[in-house]
Design a protein around this ligand. Structure first.
Ligand code: PRX
Length: 659
């Protein structure tokens, strides 16, 4: 049923009683009611009205949940609203025009502040420009931009006119961009000339040109001039300069389009168990309600806060918790374009200090890097503005948790370890920082109203302390409604494994392994499918394998994850060459180039191990589990079922992986 690679290797599950959240925090927390879990259970599904109440509706909904077509649940049906109105206009009406909406910190030290009024102007002008280019309601607009203010501006401009956006992470390749645009039939693209990468001007536009060549349909393209004279660019057919368009539509206002709660707000492509990325569909009402509620209850965000989620908007974390959640609440959201160690390793702490950041949310990979660099960097800065810390994207090991708690939070700030996914839209598992005790390395219980279960192969709950599959039993507002590529794939990817459609019993399977303790706290152990999580970024081993195999000189390849202290997981590729040709530097480079050009730099293997053959079963199946054990220096079980057991020793000695 489900492939169990990975978690049986026995990542240890932390135990112990919860640590109470700091009292000073609890006194001011947004949610302090210990009865909230019970209240949500009793009122379910109407409990979610509390989330919907955080939004402004053009027309109120008739029904909280309609569940007559599982697993395609519908939330807040009959309701109408506009996401851009909720994230901007209503804050102006509340007299917050001059309140900062976005504080942008550029890679080269540039800084820009957009007040809610500035954001209103920019979004309206760009919405008018998009309309003029022909973008209509429900046309998918692809956004291929790095962390510059034009990215959230473009997202909100799309939302304003009811055009779903599909953001493609700027570091992905031309091929990846073309595949996503093709799959979404997207005829509009917003991109930039380039951006700075390690201090050098990097040409993004040439990737776009290649992607457009690969597409059969025309693409109206808007280009943001990020680099000025550093990288002169010439606009070709169907290409428009962003700043010229803004000027052309200066002062224009666009009435926000009233969208049905169930209308699509955006599409987000993510890696699945096959080579084809999945287009996850999120809707307007349920998604926005869920991200606003969790920003308030879990991240404890308030309108007066300066809040910083140090993720990239190219992934779901940035959509939900840099853009939609914090802006729906009218807070100030910090947006950082650069890396944590440029120009120096105290860059993030300098930003926290200068902006008096209240809430800071990042990935464990970053925390492990800070820990390696040492406490002298945070110690150089005043971090006393911080009130709460968050972690997302991977399991945080207890040692990193403790370091984060002590050296960044000064033991004053609770840590929320938030588990969720592109498909869940918003946070699902976490402690409520004003209510629950914390356990380092353990995410926490399912949030109020979220029915998280850890189950065995038969779908029965496992005993406390045992490992199993992380599933969700009841629907939730932020959930993906379907996959853009089709309902069948949606059902087979997430619902088939543990549901009993005949018995009208529907269970969502996350693809993660976990354990649950006596207190109902969940420890997430990692993926059990062919997805690997590299520094909090989700990649498909199948997709990488496809790219490696395409490289000149490669006969066969298997890609596995190797646990790593800093990155969480690293990519290891085991490769056999064509005609037994000598695996020289050329083949290695060809593999790296192939992966970079089909997916992007983030998917290039940390290690490429050449082997005359891959280990196979008698029926010819590559045994990836065994390679994963080899990469991780694990003891190998019985290899006698292999057709070529002698190869294992050879691979082990070739593999620099064995510690
Ligand atoms: O394996 C889990 C891991 O990230 C996966 C989801 O990846 P993505 O859709 O890219 O979304 C990342 C940001 C929400 C999950 O299946 N994951 C996410 N949060 C945690 C986590 N693993 C452990 N602990 C977490 N807090």
């Amino acid at each position: 049923m489900v492939d169990r690679n990975g978690w049986e290797r026995g990542r240890s599950v932390p135990t112990g009683s919860p640590r109470e959240p700091p009292e000073a925090f609890v006194e001011q927390a947004n949610v302090t009611d210990e009865g909230i879990y019970e209240a949500f259970d009793e009122e379910w599904p109407n409990c979610w009205e509390r989330a919907a109440d955080l939004l402004s509706w053009d027309r109120s909904y008739g029904t909280v949940l309609e569940d007559d077509e599982p697993p395609h649940y519908r939330w807040f049906t009959g309701g109408r609203l506009n996401a851009a109105y909720n994230c901007i206009d209503r804050h102006l009406e509340a007299g917050r025009k001059t309140h900062a909406a976005i504080r942008w910190e550029g890679k080269q030290g540039e800084r820009e502040t957009y007040t809610y009024r500035d954001l209103y102007v920019a979004v309206n002008e760009f919405a008018a420009a998009l309309r003029d280019l022909g973008v209509g309601e429900d046309d998918v607009v692809t956004l291929y931009l790095p962390m510059i203010p034009e990215l959230p501006i473009a997202m909100l401009a799309c939302a304003r006119i009811g055009a779903p956006h599909s953001v493609v992470f700027a570091g992905l390749s031309a091929d990846a961009l073309a595949t996503r645009m093709d799959a979404a039939d997207s005829e509009y693209l917003v991109t930039c000339d380039g951006y700075y990468r390690r201090g050098d001007a990097f040409n993004q536009k040439s990737k776009v040109d290649n992607a457009r060549l690969a597409l059969e349909h025309d693409v109206e393209t808007v280009v943001v001039d990020r680099l000025g004279d550093e990288l002169p660019h010439v606009l070709g057919d169907d290409e428009w300069d962003y700043h010229d368009l803004r000027e052309e539509f200066a002062g224009e206002e666009v009435e926000p389009v009233s969208r049905d709660a169930e209308d699509m707000l955006f599409l987000m492509y993510t890696s699945g168990t096959t080579g084809e990325p999945k287009g996850v569909v999120h809707t307007t009402g349920g998604y926005l309600a869920h991200v606003a509620w969790t920003s308030n209850a879990v991240l404890d965000v308030e309108a007066e806060d300066t809040y910083w989620c140090a993720a990239d908007i190219g992934w779901i974390t940035g959509h939900s918790y840099i853009v939609y959640g914090p802006l729906a609440l009218g807070t100030t959201t910090v947006m950082y374009e650069g890396t944590p160690d440029y120009p120096d390793r105290d860059r993030l702490w300098e930003i926290v200090d200068r902006n008096a950041v209240d809430v800071f949310y990042t990935a464990p990979t970053a925390v492990r890097a800070f820990m390696k660099w040492g406490e002298e960097y945070p110690e150089r800065h005043d971090l006393s503005s911080l009130r709460l810390l968050g972690s997302v994207g991977e399991p945080i090991n207890p040692r990193a948790w403790e370091w984060y708690y002590e050296h960044i939070g000064d033991e004053r700030c609770p840590i929320v370890d938030t588990w969720w996914q592109t498909e869940t839209g918003a946070i699902m598992v976490s402690t409520l920082p004003g209510v629950d005790g914390m356990k380092p390395g353990v995410a926490g219980p399912g949030l109020p109203g979220i029915d998280v279960q850890v189950v065995d192969d038969d779908g029965d709950p496992v005993a406390p302390g045992q490992t199993g599959y992380l599933t969700v039993d009841r629907p939730w507002p932020g959930m993906a409604r379907t996959l853009y590529d089709g309902d069948d794939r949606f059902r087979s990817e997430y619902w088939e494994q543990f549901s009993d459609p005949d018995g009208d019993d529907w269970t969502y399977f996350s693809g993660d392994a976990a354990s649950i303790d006596e207190d109902g706290y969940v420890t997430v152990l990692g993926r059990v499918d062919d997805v690997i999580n590299v520094s909090g970024r989700r990649l498909s081993t199948m997709e990488i394998e496809g790219a490696v195999t395409d490289a000149d000189g490669v006969a066969e390849a298997a890609v596995v994850g190797r646990s790593s202290e800093t990155a969480g997981t690293e990519i290891y590729a085991y490769v056999s060459t064509e005609n037994d040709c000598d695996p020289d530097e050329d083949v290695r480079r060809a593999i790296e180039d192939a992966v970079e050009s089909t997916i992007g730099e983030i998917a290039v293997p940390a290690e490429i191990v050449f082997t005359p053959e891959l280990p196979k079963t008698r029926s010819g199946k590559i045994l990836r589990r065994l390679l994963e054990d080899v990469a991780n220096g694990e003891e190998l079980g019985d290899t006698s079922a292999l057709r070529n057991p002698e190869i294992v020793g050879e691979i082990q000695s070739e593999s620099g992986a064995v510690d």
